[in-house]
Design a protein around this ligand. Structure first.
Ligand code: SAM
Ligand code: SF4
Length: 440
């Protein structure tokens, strides 16, 4: 039997695409391996959100050169966001002539055809579609074992934030039909999955491309009724499209968890405007207030960027003040990186690296202090934990996530795996909460 490795770079979207690529390979008779020395196929599913992500791909491909020399039959492929950038497919071809296939984000489903072609003709494949086709349904996905499964609800992005390359490499926004989503969720429930994470670059603009009146709140109402699924999460929400009606719906629905990942990017309205985010600081703070009004125990997390062109000390102070005011449970923090072809890359006033470095350090320090305090606030509370298995923190310990998406570790029997445990939080750590199982 032939073997494959898929190396994934980037976000959950890419991770989930890799599950589909793996599903197609397994349907073709390939089995997974970890050993690049013996693999028949090595596929790199790439990311281009920052230069560091691309550099990792370049160096991985460099390392594969000697493998290919000792095993010329091995098929090497590069797919995903990187080749989808203008001119990048040809550049990869030129830099790494031993790569057998290069394709983008819009023709993932052609992987089996490309492999057959390479095996029959031994000629390299370079095929990148500039426009997405209609959404492909029914592709097999080889998901990782566990309780949590990703389900895409929207593809692409129409927002064109001025720093971001995603709309150029993922195409226009397309929503999946609710019936297709429900069918997939029912299948996942049948396979033993308990928690679904709905994926999209901007999940709450779901349905804008439909003729029928169905929005994200309406979709959540439908999905909350899918039997066998116990929890529903979603990534990522856009503050511009988040409204009070959606917050009220989330507060009401039993399966939709009380965790809001709302990327703010900056606390300065001036910078938010330059980023083309479509909201200002006041709108964001009002949203947070509404979330806490309807769901006082909600956890709120965010993405924040420092060093966007023109960000001065005052703008950065506004970001730090916003962090203090909102008190996020945690944040993904980013240093702005110019992406070729995006409007921000051509803006004057790029922020010097030393300043970016100092700002990110200050920001992480502040966020860590707040994250620890927020975790301490949970001490004494009772949490519902969906138990995922044995923790590697110590023997006899289990771990799982609270509804607020925090990792909870507690002593218990591993037969609890897959069930919901009630746990009293006894001690906070920066990365997780320690607790005591409440006997039922
Ligand atoms: N669609 C999501 C949203 O709008 O919040 C974000 C998806 S993006 C893959 C994840 C994060 O990467 C963004 O929230 C942003 O903070 C960061 N990011 C995007 N472009 C970037 C760039 N050019 N430099 C640094 N960080 C960037
Ligand atoms: Fe990028 Fe903005 Fe789209 Fe998010 S919403 S993927 S940051 S363009």
């Amino acid at each position: 039997m032939k073997s494959y490795i898929i190396k994934t770079f980037g976000c959950q979207m890419n991770e989930h695409d890799s599950e589909i690529l793996a599903g197609m390979l397994e349907a073709k008779g390939y089995r997974p391996t970890e050993d690049t020395g013996t693999a028949d196929l090595v596929l790199l599913n790439t990311c281009c959100i920052r230069a560091t992500a691309e550099n990792k791909v370049f160096s991985y491909l460099g390392r594969l050169k000697s493998r290919k020399r000792s095993n010329p039959a091995m098929i090497i492929g590069v797919c995903g966001c990187m080749p989808q950038q203008e001119g990048m497919g040809a550049r990869l071809r030129q830099l790494f002539p031993y790569v057998d296939m290069i394709f983008g984000t819009h023709n993932v489903q052609q992987l089996p055809i490309f492999i057959d072609r390479i095996l029959a003709e031994r000629k390299p494949v370079l095929e990148i579609l500039t426009e997405p086709d209609e959404i492909m349904e029914g592709l097999p996905a080889a998901r990782k074992e566990g309780l949590r499964a990703w389900v895409t609800i929207t593809h692409g992005c129409d927002n064109y934030c001025t720093y971001c390359i995603v709309p150029y490499v993922r195409g226009r926004e397309r929503s999946r039909e609710p019936d297709d989503i429900i069918k997939e969720m029912l299948g996942l429930a049948g396979d033993g999955f308990k928690e679904i994470v709905l994926l999209g670059q901007n999940v709450n603009s779901y349905g804008k491309d439909f003729k029928k009146p169905l929005d994200f709140a309406g979709l959540l109402k439908k999905l909350d009724g899918v039997s066998g699924i116990e929890r529903i999460r979603y990534m990522t929400s856009h503050p511009r499209d988040f409204n009070e009606e959606l917050i009220r719906t989330i507060a009401r629905l039993g399966k939709v968890c009380e965790h809001f990942h709302l990327p703010v990017q900056s606390g300065s309205s001036r910078i938010l405007e330059k980023m083309h985010r479509g909201y200002n600081r006041e709108h964001y703070l009002r949203l947070v207030e509404k979330i806490r009004q309807y769901i006082p125990a909600a956890t709120i997390t965010t993405d924040i960027m420092v060093g966007f062109p023109g960000e001065d000390d005052g703008d950065f102070r506004a970001t730090m003040d916003l962090i203090r005011e909102v008190r996020f449970d945690s944040s993904y923090t980013f240093v702005y990186n110019a992406r070729p072809g995006t409007p921000a890359a051509g803006m004057t006033e790029q922020v010097p690296d030393e300043i970016k470095k100092q700002r990110i350090q200050d920001l992480i320090k502040l966020q860590n202090t707040i994250s620890m305090e927020k975790n301490e606030e949970e001490e004494g509370s009772q949490q519902e934990v969906l138990v995922e298995g044995e923790s590697n923190i110590g023997p006899g310990l289990l771990y799982g996530k609270s509804r607020g998406n925090k990792t909870v570790v507690f002593a218990g029997d591993k037969t609890l795996t897959g069930s919901t445990a009630h746990v009293t939080i006894t001690r906070a750590h920066l990365a997780y909460l320690e607790g005591l199982l409440i006997k039922q």
